[in-house]
Design a protein around this ligand. Structure first.
Ligand SMILES: *[C@@H]1O[C@H](CO)[C@@H](O)[C@H](O)[C@H]1NC(C)=O
Ligand SMILES: *[C@@H]1O[C@H](CO)[C@@H](O)[C@H](O)[C@H]1NC(C)=O
Ligand SMILES: *[C@@H]1O[C@H](CO)[C@@H](O)[C@H](O)[C@H]1NC(C)=O
Ligand SMILES: *[C@@H]1O[C@H](CO)[C@@H](O)[C@H](O)[C@H]1NC(C)=O
Ligand SMILES: *[C@@H]1O[C@H](CO)[C@@H](O)[C@H](O)[C@H]1NC(C)=O
Ligand SMILES: *[C@@H]1O[C@H](CO)[C@@H](O)[C@H](O)[C@H]1NC(C)=O
Length: 446
């Protein structure tokens, strides 16, 4: 009798506990066929970095999202059904018999699905500690053999280890797309951040089809015009281009520091870092900053000044539209004072440059800078040249023809500029028109 009594009271005690701590027993990171995720439950990654569950951003719709478990102010890094919200008050995220994970609304209609071909075997969905939500076979010997992963379908945020770019085999293209309305509507908005390779790897910020900003070409270590941080930093950047995939990604040296790259619905593009000491996200880098708008100073114009965006013309050039120029509207750029005669022309070195836009550039990986200069000199249509890869003393050759667009010059080499050799008339070789002011260090970094 005594044992039965204590057994019953223990059961009651556990029952009461489970009422008091309804989430406690749900600290799991996995959804299975028999264990869906319902409205008031969440998944928590193993080391409690990330949490996944239903959320309502304030527009009366329900979404499945991922946020930082340790950060009180909800910061959503991924949304599953951004364009197909649940408009009722309840739903389930569940695995169905064909192995896919689906989100159903109150009446059982599927509003979102991982949408993969049917596989034999049981699948499970798991929230990993890097914020990746993956679908895999329960008994797969290779736990990284994902059937589907949220990292392939980014929302507006690039987390460490996520890849911006594409998978040549699967054809999956990973692009960040802003929310429709900041903090309110996670639906697909107008701004996107994408990785492209026209001639060089570059990151582009677009508003619909319009180019707003480009990063500057990748020169082996970083994007031209994108400085490395002094003191070799908390972050590492990577561009891979191989037969399987091509992408940009970053990682943090210390995984207990959080950082994310976000595109907002206003077109603002920021890298933020979580400062545990202040319990806030600090802006590490932000666009727009000065000189950041694509082609701000027009053809042959160089953006240099800080804090105000002030354009200047290269040596031997003058503003095409002086009136606009004086109003600090530089879009018309600069034109040559005297035309080139090809034979007597020389080259002027501009240091610490964000290299011009490369869509019409030619490149040759096999030749060095000296040879590059010789080729440029003998070809009248060559307007400028530079090294292609700045690592290990420099190699390769880039040749620009026609207008040089979207250049920027930094105060010193710490800011990530490169050397650019620009064709000028013989008479312009001697005079130095380009004066640089002493400007504060600005941190530009993707
Ligand atoms: C979920 O939680 C809310 C508020 O805590 C509650 O009103 C609602 O009934 C719960 N829903 C379910 C299905 O448990
Ligand atoms: C569930 O979704 C379907 C399709 O979007 C919709 O027709 C239906 O009204 C929804 N049910 C509820 C309860 O919102
Ligand atoms: C969600 O799953 C729970 C538990 O399996 C079930 O009781 C409930 O009816 C489901 N709700 C919906 C909307 O499918
Ligand atoms: C990582 O960062 C945390 C928090 O800032 C710090 O406490 C810890 O010492 C760092 N670890 C390493 C290996 O630097
Ligand atoms: C180019 O022309 C502008 C205006 O016509 C003049 O101010 C500038 O000094 C000239 N530069 C050179 C290098 O001759
Ligand atoms: C000059 O260079 C361009 C592109 O690099 C090339 O198309 C053209 O044939 C070259 N002309 C000569 C004379 O080499």
């Amino acid at each position: 009798m005594k044992t039965l009594h204590s057994h019953v009271s223990t059961s009651i005690f556990i029952f009461i506990l489970s009422l008091l701590y309804p989430f406690h027993s749900l600290a799991i990171d996995t959804i299975t066929f028999s264990q869906p995720l319902t409205i008031n439950q969440t998944l928590v990654s193993k080391d409690e970095h990330f949490e996944l569950g239903f959320f309502n951003p304030g527009n009366n719709n329900l979404y499945i999202g991922i946020w930082y478990k340790q950060i009180q102010q909800k910061t959503y890094v991924w949304v599953a059904n951004r364009d197909t919200p649940i408009t009722s008050s309840s739903g389930n995220l569940t695995i169905i018999s064909n192995g896919n994970m689906v989100l159903v609304n109150q009446t059982g209609t599927i509003v979102w699905s991982t949408n993969q071909p049917t596989r034999a075997g049981n699948t499970v969905a798991q929230l990993l500690d890097n914020g990746n939500f993956v679908l895999r076979l329960e008994n797969d010997e290779d736990p990284e053999n994902y059937i589907w992963q949220s990292f392939d379908y980014p929302t507006d945020t690039l987390l460490p280890e996520m890849k911006l770019g594409w998978d040549r085999k699967s054809g999956i293209t990973r692009i960040l797309r802003s929310w429709k309305t900041i903090n309110l509507d996670p639906g697909t908005g107008d701004y996107s951040l994408m990785f492209t390779v026209r001639h060089f790897p570059e990151i582009l910020l677009m508003r619909k089809e319009t180019l707003i900003r480009r990063s500057g070409p990748w020169t082996g270590r970083r994007f031209s015009g994108v400085p490395e941080i002094k003191g070799r930093s908390i972050m590492q950047f990577d561009v891979e281009d191989n037969s399987d995939e091509i992408y940009y990604s970053f990682k943090l040296v210390n995984s207990s520091i959080y950082s994310r790259l976000v595109v907002y619905s206003s077109g603002v593009n920021q890298r933020l870092v979580w400062a545990d000491t202040t319990k806030t996200w600090s802006v590490y880098w932000s666009f727009p900053g000065n000189c950041d708008h694509f082609g701000e100073c027009g053809p042959s114009g160089i953006c240099t000044a800080n804090p105000a965006p002030i354009c200047s013309c290269m040596t031997g050039f003058h503003p095409k539209n002086k009136q606009a120029w004086d109003l600090r509207v530089g879009l018309d750029g600069c034109v040559r004072n005297s035309s080139l005669d090809c034979r007597s022309d020389g080259f002027k070195l501009f240091k610490n440059m964000k290299l011009p836009e490369t869509s019409k550039a030619f490149l040759d990986q096999t030749i060095n800078l000296k040879k590059c200069g010789e080729i440029c000199k003998t070809n009248c249509s060559c307007a400028a040249y530079a090294n292609m890869d700045v690592t290990e003393g420099g190699s390769g050759c880039v040749i620009w023809e026609g207008d040089l667009i979207d250049m920027r010059q930094y105060a010193d080499s710490d800011n990530g500029g490169d050397d650019l050799y620009v064709r000028v008339g013989a008479s312009d070789l001697v005079c130095i028109v380009h004066e640089m002011t002493n400007m504060p260090l600005n941190i530009y970094l993707f």
